[in-house]
Design a protein around this ligand. Structure first.
Ligand code: SF4
Length: 539
């Protein structure tokens, strides 16, 4: 166990904790290999470890550092919805009641953050004392400092104090009422002086995150990760990665990227450039020139998915030079009409050009991402996707084509949050599989059932916590969820209401009191624009 931690190469200087430092456990609800590959987890852990007033120990599902006997804070970084099962397991293993309401002054405050909770914490609201909403940069320090101010006080005074910190959400200080036990939300009311609305915090500096630890035990062995951009300016209407983290912020080349890359490449030769749309960094070309210098010849470069229009021959050549053979682009659909509906500003010619450039630059494969069940989708739109792949085969013969395909899932804080999943999506995945397989395109569908579970959690309210507690003993299949819904019938709305129904714009949303970057009225305008394109003539 200690050998695992001894293998780590740290890229920050941990502080020596003060004698009365706050004992904190910071957990990742999955095994070490997964957790240590999360840039968010790495950065939060290092931020805590650099504070002399904190004594932090890490906890994963398979191993941990020596844990304090009486932790005062227990934090979770949550980046995958189904890891809630492990959160509950870890709470049990630490003898901490699962529900915040059952904890006493002798238990630590349980806090959480990360993309899953920032998007919609409500299904997990009953398990957390505190949720940190938004960018961690200033928020985490503000939270720990505020906790230090009320350290010796009773739990309810502590929570009341913490609820005054911008971005710190204390779910128990909001009372949610319903039109009926299985009906819609009637009202969400703050209690004990908590603010009526919690604003997700946005960091506006130009120095973004980079790995604080490199280890061969990471899921991507020895990877050093650098965040090139945060958010995406494209604003495709379904896209959480864009809407939840707006505005688009590139890291400064001089102040952030180059020093970070130099620091990391001193200890490894594997570099991951992260961000929703890395090639949209305004100085991406300069970044490539910097990485293409001879001293970095042996660097293995990995890139997150890139915007199609930015796949140049130079980019392809740079990837080949750094040991990559393929590039990934998200096209969503072959139908021009659907791409307009989702606000994807992308022409079929640009996709074909990307394939031509990828091949000309020496790449051997092009991976495309798409979706079925996009709101407004008609069967003819699937035909357009098949035709797109035919066009690409012709434009870049010999280039291996892969089509990864998921089902549209509504996400909170996006203009498409009101749409449900299309129940025909499963059939449509199968149809594409058949048609693209016949073309010699490798088709990789994402599980439809998993999309249904994702939608449930993504649009869930806090009545789901009871369901999640029940499901965890049944396993994480869709059948388990259906079984739990049956058992709890009458106590919460049916699965269909969360997943498949299209919600009206005036409905009170479970996250109505948690404000993202754009107001609801702006999201509704985007939705209206999309709806106006539904009737546009088909491809
Ligand atoms: S281009 Fe990609 S990352 Fe950007 S908004 Fe569209 S789907 Fe999201």
């Amino acid at each position: 166990m200690t050998a695992v931690f001894a293998d780590e190469r740290l890229l920050f200087a941990a502080a020596t904790p003060d004698a009365d430092a706050i004992p904190v456990i910071f957990a990742f609800p999955n095994d070490y290999t997964v957790g240590i590959t999360s840039l968010g987890y790495q950065v939060v852990w290092a931020t805590l470890a650099m504070r002399p007033d904190v004594q932090v120990s890490r906890l994963f599902t398979d191993l941990h550092e020596p844990l304090p006997a009486e932790p005062e804070l227990l934090g979770f970084s949550v980046s995958w919805e189904l890891d809630y099962v492990n959160i509950l397991g870890l709470l049990e293993s630490l003898d901490i009641p699962l529900r915040a309401g059952d904890r006493t002054d002798s238990h630590p405050l349980v806090f959480g953050g990360g993309p899953v909770l920032t998007a919609n914490p409500e299904p997990f609201a009953d398990f957390f004392d505190v949720v940190l909403l938004g960018d961690g940069e200033h928020l985490l320090d503000a939270f720990v400092t505020a906790y230090g101010e009320v350290r010796g006080e009773g739990r309810s005074r502590q929570l009341q104090h913490l609820s005054q910190v911008p971005g710190v959400y204390v779910p128990s200080l909001y009372q949610v009422t319903y039109t009926a036990p299985d009906g819609e939300i009637r009202a969400i009311a703050p209690l004990n002086g908590a603010p009526a609305v919690v604003e997700k915090q946005t960091y506006r500096g130009n120095v973004l995150s980079a790995s604080t630890v490199v280890t061969e035990r990471a899921a991507w062995e020895n990877i050093y990760m650098v965040e090139v951009v945060r958010s995406c300016p494209e604003m495709c209407r379904f896209c959480l990665a864009s809407y939840l983290t707006l505005p688009f912020r590139p890291a400064s080349l001089e102040a952030s990227l180059m020093p970070a890359i130099e620091r990391g490449l001193a200890v490894t030769n594997r570099l991951g450039l992260l961000g929703a749309s890395v090639t949209q960094h305004p100085e991406f070309d300069e970044l490539l020139d910097y990485l293409n210098r001879p001293q970095f010849d042996d660097v293995r470069l990995s890139l997150a998915s890139v915007r199609t229009g930015t796949v140049t021959e130079k980019l392809a050549r740079s990837l080949v030079q750094h040991d990559s053979r393929s590039i990934t682009i998200a096209v969503e659909s072959g139908s021009d009409r659907l791409r307009q509906i989702i606000n994807k500003k992308l022409e079929t010619e640009e996709i074909a050009q990307a394939a031509v450039n990828a091949k000309a630059g020496g790449l051997s494969s092009l991976k495309l991402y798409g979706m079925v069940g996009i709101p407004g989708e008609e069967p003819e739109d699937l035909e357009a996707t098949v035709n797109l792949l035919k066009t690409l085969k012709k434009a870049a013969p010999g280039l291996r084509l892969t089509f990864g395909c998921s089902t549209f899932v509504p996400k909170a804080h996006t203009p498409f949050q009101w749409f449900g999943i299309n129940p025909d999506a499963e059939k449509r995945l199968k149809l594409l599989q058949k048609r693209l397989g016949a073309l010699g395109v490798e088709f990789r569908p994402e599980s439809y059932n998993w999309s249904v579970i994702q939608a449930l959690i993504s649009r869930g309210d806090r009545r789901l916590s009871r369901l999640l507690e029940t499901v965890r003993h049944y396993g994480d299949t869709l059948g388990s969820y259906r079984r739990a819904f049956k058992e709890l019938r009458g106590q919460l709305p049916p699965l269909e209401a969360y997943v498949f129904e299209t919600w009206s714009g005036d409905r009170l949303l479970p996250w109505e009191h948690l404000h993202g970057p754009l107001p609801k009225v702006t999201l509704l305008k985007h939705q209206a624009t999309a709806l106006s394109l539904f009737s546009k003539s088909l491809v």
